[in-house]
Design a protein around this ligand. Structure first.
Ligand code: MN
Length: 198
């Protein structure tokens, strides 16, 4: 079995003006495509070929090529799914209750997540994860993620933002905070909620 680059269920320009079409196209057809094919090359002929991506990433140790490309494959699958072409919804129901319970308020959560995204030095991701029923915010370098044993923050990712420059540089150049602010206008909280309950 090999992993496949997912098809986006919206067009590259669907997230304009928050994320521009050219960035989306390059991000999907070049970056994500490369992680996918490099992951397949890295696991070819190994037992990983019979595993899910979650099983692969949660192994005790990861070869660098599997860590980087498997992480890149998984992280981007999640990222595309979390983006809402129609504009952001709002956290509701049990998810909202959990956010308020664990962070004090939705605004306090947004502040913590924004800080994690802005302060991640260099390339990486910021996350909202569920761990033992508790919600946590943190970040990882490169294409690491909270499923990996090497990650400082551990749990099931339910929201993630790519803060690699390739995710925003064409439109925002060095202004990562502006990209992170725009991201809040694009979150599909119905998907976050499904992952929270999943
Ligand atoms: Mn990326």
């Amino acid at each position: 079995m090999s992993f496949e680059l997912p098809t986006l269920n919206y067009s590259y320009d669907a997230l304009e003006p928050m994320i521009d079409a050219r960035t989306m196209e390059i991000h999907h057809t070049k970056h994500h495509a490369a992680y996918t094919s490099n992951l397949n090359a890295a696991i070819a002929g190994s037992a990983d070929e019979k595993k899910t991506i979650e099983q692969i990433l949660s192994a005790e140790t990861l070869a660098p090529a599997v860590r980087n490309n498997g992480g890149g494959y998984y992280n981007h699958n999640l990222y595309w799914e979390l983006l809402a072409p129609g504009g952001s919804t709002e956290p509701e129901g049990d998810l909202k209750k959990a956010i308020v319970n664990d962070f004090g308020s939705v605004d306090a959560f947004k502040e913590a997540f924004t800080k994690a995204a802005i302060t991640r030095f260099g390339s990486g991701w910021a996350w909202l994860v569920k761990n033992d029923g508790k919600l946590l915010v943190g970040s990882t370098p490169n294409q690491d993620n909270p499923l990996m044993k090497v990650s400082d923050i551990k749990g099931t990712p339910i929201l993630g933002i790519d803060v690699w420059e390739h995710a925003y540089y064409l439109n925002y150049q060095n202004r990562r905070p502006d990209y992170v602010e725009a991201f809040w206008k694009l979150i599909n909280w119905d998907v976050v909620s499904r992952l929270f309950h999943g």
